[in-house]
Design a protein around this ligand. Structure first.
Ligand code: 5GP
Ligand code: ZN
Length: 113
């Protein structure tokens, strides 16, 4: 059995609050939200991180943004604004090694973190 929790969610073998899915991505709410809206946009194929993306994944990478735009509108946060975040590697704060984009909204965000 695939030990990756996101692969299990995508396969329907682990529970998640799934908001959207298509041929390329599955979108579900983060189990430990750090903002009123905290959603994960996850490729259906297991790609560990940005480091493993290849040129053939450019359309998939762009699709993550298209879906983020759609979900932000669906959640009613597109006009107020939102943050998209992709962590890569331990130094980047990645804890689940299946590529994903965070969509965060509903509070104010600042840099630096
Ligand atoms: P990372 O730190 O890798 O960028 O983000 C991983 C995210 O996945 C975290 O925000 C964490 O709360 C979320 N997460 C970890 N395990 C699960 C899970 O089993 N279900 C859901 N829905 N989210 C998870
Ligand atoms: Zn996976």
């Amino acid at each position: 059995m695939n030990a990756c929790i996101f692969c299990q969610i995508i396969a329907g073998k682990a529970p998640a609050d799934i908001l959207y899915r298509d041929e390329w991505v599955t979108v579900f709410r983060d189990a430990h939200p750090v903002a009123p809206v905290h959603i994960l946009i996850v490729p259906n194929r297991h790609i560990p991180s940005v480091n493993e993306l290849v040129p053939e994944d450019e359309a998939l990478s762009g699709h993550l943004f298209s879906v983020a735009q759609k979900i932000a509108r669906q959640e009613g946060v597109d006009q107020d604004g939102f943050r998209l975040m992709v962590n890569c590697g331990r130094g980047g704060g990645q804890t689940v090694f299946h590529l994903h984009m965070h969509l965060l909204a509903g509070r104010r965000f600042h840099l630096p973190f």
